[in-house]
Design a protein around this ligand. Structure first.
Ligand code: OAK
Length: 826
């Protein structure tokens, strides 16, 4: 080995060439410490080491990415473009190490340098570029697309600020900006030479060209540039790497010139800031769009830059436009990128001069759309006026799509004139709205829901008219999760135990977990299984003590409810039951025998009053219970702040009971439910979303379902649901609600939570909390009884894990690839 340092001092400067992978990784880390980060290799701090390690892995990823791109190119494969306003990848370090097969090497290299891998990994701050389910699903799917070697690209927005950082102060949610880029980015390449113009506003000019054709062009538009930032998503140990391309807004060059001409420096800077605002911040609303102009701008910004990228790649092939659908499929993750449909039409008709019929034929064969919600308030609509101002040509195109579509519908349903108003792309009432889901359905060849139950609801109610018009378009793709992150990475000891018994194939073929079943009767395996789980609970208990100052018993039942706060997810139902248990402990000590630790976590949209109020209620209840000496270790309530992917990875492996208790018919699928069950937690849940399929796979005896079915919810509503009846009939429920309304948990502000109770008793209890309360209490009792028999619980836990094979995102993505996209692995 050669040393670049003279003298006797032991050098830590780069040495080459190294032979062992761990040694070569170490040399790369040191090289990056010095040459990329400009720090002394003698004394790098942990953050520097983390960054240098990330850069060393990026080197390896980019090499594999280039090779993968060449492969796709040389085979001329059909490509999948996955468009999503949100991706929630979580921390990258461990995932990349596992995928590259370099975990042990990294550990060795770091030990050599005096660092522990766990500590270094803790230095990573995750990019929170999504709100919850939809964004996290997109990231699981990219992981699977890479593992299945699909010729795919993820496209999204490079928000400078992701989902807010949540603090709990005096029980209340407080939002802080999430400046995830403050330490620089170590995983991505900024392509500053690689920009596309995106044009908004302006006026449409109609004119006739020399051939006598009517033409349309946009004049006086405002131009903003979209710069590509590329992040790499490796497949699992397969040398294949995909690209997630995120667009960052940059002010246009023309604009900089105009500033030089006019000499208006401050004006120039103001415009620059306004332009770059487009990718400044992720809207923090989950399933309730804000309806702000900036949000529509973000959507078009993503779409326009992405379609330019797609068209540029397609043009290079030099083949006819009608081949576009044979070579490309564009997947719309929810309606957020649905303006891609009129944008592709605009390019084909206005720029490429195809006829409308030719262009439409191409479009409808290119797009596919996934719906992720049935909540009426989440179905996206835009005021027509806003659309006209921001995207005047696109609105014209939408009107023309609509005119032709309604013409066809009129012919198909001559005896149902009302259908036209119901399916129109533009809602016409006192005000006019563009309905994005209608646009997405009409412009796509495939429309899918995300669980069997949800897909049926789409066909039967939400999109029933469209199902009658286009029955062949509707299909189901039940969600899945990646076992690499959600078992191997977050629960390494359980993963190791599994691999020791059935080999490592489950990592890419989750159905192999079935092979664990013979072991459920082995005492040794039982013991090992429960030891691993208990160790995970100890670790979480330590974290809780550190962060919240609360001591919880690792042996108690860890009952976990973590997800976004939304009334339909019914964190309120959970806390009503917690209070009921508290009352039982107080009124008849000895009646509650199973000690429980309730763990809550999740963010509420900053403007969602009731969701934030429920967070506050939970924290008030937690304070009352945790400080009541009569309760002791029997009951603890913990709210962990800032729930995110990193925190989920800590909580899920330590969970005994997973709360999946949405009002039936309201949760499209859920994916948290899958993560918990895969890690051996037992579900307590409603007949909703993917819970139903989880039940079908793990067996009714291995989870606790309760509550109304979705048709019963509908019937009860249509017959005039009266929540007061439940209050009057159920003395335990009555006591709980009276305590909340009477200020028991807010003695200094007795009326504080009265409106929570009002929403249930006097404002219709839209989410049927009271109707499901009693059956929830009974099922919780069943869960507690089951937990008392630890051997039986262990068996249920193992069976849950072993039967979760179906819920792999590899299975889900494979179904998308075969049934919708028509692509296969390269
Ligand atoms: C977010 C914004 C608009 C519409 C839907 C969402 C969303 O996050 N939906 C969630 O998608 C997940 C992935 O498909 C599902 O598992 C959740 O049930 C659904 O609420």
């Amino acid at each position: 080995m050669t040393s670049q340092n003279s003298g006797n001092r032991k050098s830590r400067l780069p040495e080459a060439p190294a032979t062992r992978p761990a040694e070569s990784l170490k040399q790369d880390i040191l090289r990056h410490v010095l040459y990329s980060l400009g720090r002394d290799t003698e004394r790098p701090d942990r953050q520097t080491v983390f960054r240098a390690l990330a850069l060393s892995l990026r080197d390896r990823l980019v090499e594999k990415w280039i090779a993968s791109q060449r492969d796709i190119y040389s085979r001329s494969s059909k490509r999948v473009y996955y468009l999503s306003l949100e991706f929630l990848p979580g921390p990258f370090l461990r995932e990349n190490l596992i995928a590259l097969g370099l975990e042990n090497e990294a550990r060795e290299a770091l030990t050599d340098m005096g660092f522990g891998l766990d500590d270094v990994a803790d230095e990573e701050y995750e990019p929170g570029l999504g709100n919850g389910g939809l964004g996290r699903l997109a990231s699981c799917y990219l992981d699977s697309m890479a593992t299945l070697r699909l010729p795919a690209y993820g496209y999204g927005i490079h928000y400078a600020y992701g989902i807010f950082y949540q603090l709990i102060k005096e029980g209340r949610q407080v939002e802080r900006a999430d400046n995830w880029l403050r330490g620089g980015t170590h995983w991505e390449f900024e392509r500053s030479h690689y920009v596309h113009p995106v044009r908004f506003y302006g006026q449409v000019r109609e004119w006739v060209d020399e051939q006598g054709r009517l033409r349309h062009s946009l004049e006086n538009a405002t131009t903003v540039m979209a710069m590509a930032c590329d992040m790499f998503i490796p497949g699992h140990k397969n040398d294949y790497v995909l690209n997630m391309r995120l667009w960052a807004a940059k002010t246009s060059r023309e604009f900089e010139f105009s500033f030089f001409n006019t000499g208006d420096y401050i004006g120039a800077v103001e415009e620059k800031i306004r332009d770059e605002n487009i990718s400044m911040v992720l809207y923090p609303n989950d399933e309730a769009p804000e309806g702000k102009e900036l949000r529509l701008k973000q959507q078009f910004f993503l779409v326009s830059a992405t379609i330019q990228d797609i068209v540029r790649r397609f043009r290079k092939k030099g083949i006819a436009w009608d081949q576009l659908p044979r070579k490309n499929v564009i997947h719309l993750n929810e309606t957020h990128p649905a303006v891609a449909i009129p944008e592709l039409m605009r390019i084909l008709v206005d720029e490429e001069l195809l006829t409308w019929e030719e262009a439409w034929y191409i479009c409808v064969r290119t797009f596919a759309y996934t719906n992720h919600t049935v909540l009426p308030e989440a179905l996206e609509v835009w005021p027509e006026d806003l659309f006209r101002r921001l995207l005047p040509r696109h609105l014209q195109i939408i009107h023309e799509i609509n005119r032709r579509f309604l013409h066809d519908v009129r012919r198909q349903f001559p005896n149902d004139p009302n259908i036209l108003g119901r399916v129109s792309l533009v809602h016409e009432g006192e005000s006019r709205w563009v309905r994005m889901s209608h646009l997405a359905i009409v412009g796509s060849f495939s429309v899918n829901g995300v669980s069997a139950h949800h897909s049926e609801i789409l066909k039967e109610s939400v999109f029933h008219d469209f199902y009658k018009i286009f029955p062949e378009r509707f299909n189901n793709k039940t969600n899945g999760i990646t076992p690499r992150r959600w078992l191997r990475q977050c629960n390494p000891t359980l993963a190791w135990l599994i691999t020791e018994h059935i080999g490592p194939e489950w990592l890419t073929d989750l159905a192999q977990l079935k092979k664990l079943e013979p072991y459920v009767n082995s005492e040794g395996f039982h013991r090992a299984w429960m030891e691993v789980r208990l160790r995970n609970k100890h670790k979480l208990a330590e974290y809780i003590r550190d962060k919240n100052g609360i001591t919880v018993m690792p042996e108690s039942l860890f009952d976990v409810h973590v997800k976004r706060f939304h009334e339909y997810k019914r964190q309120l139902l959970n806390v009503l039951h917690v209070i009921a248990l508290y009352n039982r402990i107080r009124s008849s000590p000895g009646s509650v025998t199973v000690p429980r630790t309730y763990i809550f976590g999740g963010k509420a949209a900053p403007g969602y009053y009731m969701a934030k109020h429920i967070i506050r209620l939970i924290n008030s209840v937690a304070y009352t219970i945790n400080t009541d000496p009569r309760v002791g270790d029997l009951l603890k309530v913990v709210f962990l702040q800032n729930y995110c992917v990193t925190l989920a990875e800590r909580i899920i492996p330590a969970t005994d009971l997973s709360e999946q208790i949405s009002t039936a018919g309201m949760e499209a699928s859920g994916t948290g439910n899958m993560k918990f069950a895969l890690n051996g937690a037992i579900t307590i849940g409603t007949h909703d979303g993917a819970n139903i399929e989880i039940m079908e796979h793990v067996g009714n005896e291995n989870l606790f379902l309760f509550g109304l079915l979705s048709h019963e919810v509908n019937e009860m509503r249509s017959q005039g649901y009266n929540p007061r009846l439940f209050y009057e009939r159920d003395s335990e429920l009555r006591e709980v609600l009276d305590m909340i309304a009477g200020g028991f948990f807010s003695p200094s502000e007795p009326h504080l939570f009265r409106d929570v109770v009002e929403s249930l008793l006097n404002h219709g209890d839209r989410y049927m909390v009271l109707a499901d309360f009693r059956s929830y209490v009974y099922r919780q009792q069943d869960a507690a009884n089951a937990f008392m028999d630890q051997a039986a619980w262990a068996r249920m836990s193992m069976l849950n894990t072993s039967r979760m094979g179906f819920f792999s995102s590899d299975r889900a993505v494979d179904e998308y690839a075969k049934d919708i996209w028509g692509v296969s692995g390269v």
